[in-house]
Design a protein around this ligand. Structure first.
Ligand SMILES: [Zn+2]
Length: 246
């Protein structure tokens, strides 16, 4: 049984058919939450992709809500571009080259046009997450993960190499990462409706403004596992994205 429902929609420019997917929440085995707000369900990012580049003609268009009549659940009697061909612009994430390609896509989109604040927030948030993807599971480099039996030596070793390489790329691009995050912060402060829970303290933490992050966290009424973890990392002066639960 498939974990998702397929739906179909057309490129407004060349009318090619594209397949979209709705994940069925009841069939998800594992959900992971990261400190930057990215959520993975069975390794799939749940936030819908709003900006789409047509795999057939390269036309860029926005889909704010994939709803009828723009989409249909009936498979069209025509060739359909599968989800993988346009999801994250068809990039393969198994290596750091793919991760850098995604970063460069977002950077190019942001340079090419002017977007309204909502769209710019969307693009800058995804660019932020894409930078963090370079070293997202940094805790996996620890020997503990091998010794706990979570993975075989081969998998652990390969994964470790990938994350350490990613960390180097992250450091190399840190100036651009910071610039994007500062711009995102300014936009979110102007448009509080667009903020995701705890996004502001996390941005301050990742910008290494730990006191400001702590101040904001202290203002949050109820203490949760998420806020306690973020406070802990702020006290350690650790600015790296981390896994909150999973
Ligand atoms: Zn097209």
């Amino acid at each position: 049984m498939l974990k998702y429902d397929s739906y179909y929609f057309q490129c407004p420019h060349c009318h090619a058919w594209l397949e979209g997917r709705d994940l069925k929440a009841e069939m998800v085995n594992q959900s992971i939450l990261y400190s930057d707000g990215k959520v993975l369900n069975d390794n799939l990012i749940t936030t819908p992709q709003k900006m789409i580049m047509c795999p057939s003609c390269g036309h860029i268009f926005w889909v704010e809500k994939p709803a009828k009549p723009f989409i249909t659940y009936e498979k069209p009697d025509a060739e359909v571009y599968s989800w993988n061909t346009w999801r994250f612009f068809g990039i393969n994430f198994s290596d750091n080259k793919g991760k850098m390609a995604l970063i460069n896509h977002y950077k190019t989109f942001l340079k090419k046009s002017h977007y309204d604040p909502k769209k710019e927030i969307y693009l800058r948030r995804f660019l932020w997450w894409a930078y963090n993807d370079l070293h997202r599971n940094h805790q996996h480099v620890r020997l503990k993960y091998l010794l706990n039996g979570f993975m075989s030596f081969g998998v652990w070793h390969c994964n470790r190499k990938l994350i350490l390489e990613g960390e180097k790329l992250f450091i190399k691009n840190h100036k651009d990462f910071t610039e994007n995050l500062k711009r995102l912060l300014a936009l979110l402060e102007k448009h509080p409706d667009e903020q995701i829970d705890l996004e502001l303290p996390e941005i301050y933490r990742e910008l290494r403004q730990f006191d400001k992050a702590k101040d904001l966290l202290d203002q949050v009424g109820s203490r949760t596992h998420f806020t306690s973890e973020m406070l802990r990392h702020s006290k350690w002066k650790d600015s790296r994205v981390f896994m909150v639960s999973g």
